[in-house]
Design a protein around this ligand. Structure first.
Ligand code: ZN
Ligand code: ZN
Length: 151
């Protein structure tokens, strides 16, 4: 399995990831918009066991209102959205990484879906499935995680 090295623009926040993400998604929710300072987030989803977390102190974590149990971390030095830790009951601990952290040489999959598409700031010109609203988006997230082959 390949080991990938991810880093932010200023290179202070860096971490290693082993193997491929569980899936990739485009999230249009307002929290992702704000956190990423972008119309939508382009995110890779990993299991925590695949990720060697960045050093203490280089990332500043904050918790947003919804969804719960997500710690969203930005590089202390350059402010780039760097890493998110997703901790939910009955789920493996997950790490979400904005695609902007990924080395361009890394092979990453195409996005599986649009999430919270009802919150979009612009229509997407693609054939990727679009999930609207909280429950359908959450459900799709679980489905892609638990049944990656079927979805
Ligand atoms: Zn989101
Ligand atoms: Zn940085």
């Amino acid at each position: 399995m390949n080991n990938y090295h991810f880093k932010c623009a200023c290179e202070q926040t860096a971490f290693n990831v082993l193997g491929q993400p569980q899936f990739r998604m485009l999230c249009h929710c307002t929290i992702c918009q704000k956190f990423n300072a972008a119309p939508r987030a382009d995110i890779l989803v990993y299991k925590m066991s695949q990720v060697t977390m960045p050093a203490d102190g280089v990332v500043s974590f904050s918790t947003f209102k919804r969804p719960p149990n997500v710690q969203r971390g930005k590089c202390v030095q350059c402010g780039q959205a760097a890493i998110e830790v997703f901790n939910m009951p009955l789920m493996p601990k997950l790490v979400l990484v904005p695609v902007g952290m990924v080395d361009r040489s890394a092979e990453i999959p195409e996005p599986k879906a649009h999430m919270f598409y009802d919150k979009r700031l612009a229509d997407a010109q693609d054939d990727i499935p679009k999930h609207q609203g909280f429950i359908p988006s959450q459900w799709a997230f679980f489905k892609y995680l638990w049944f990656p082959k079927r979805s």
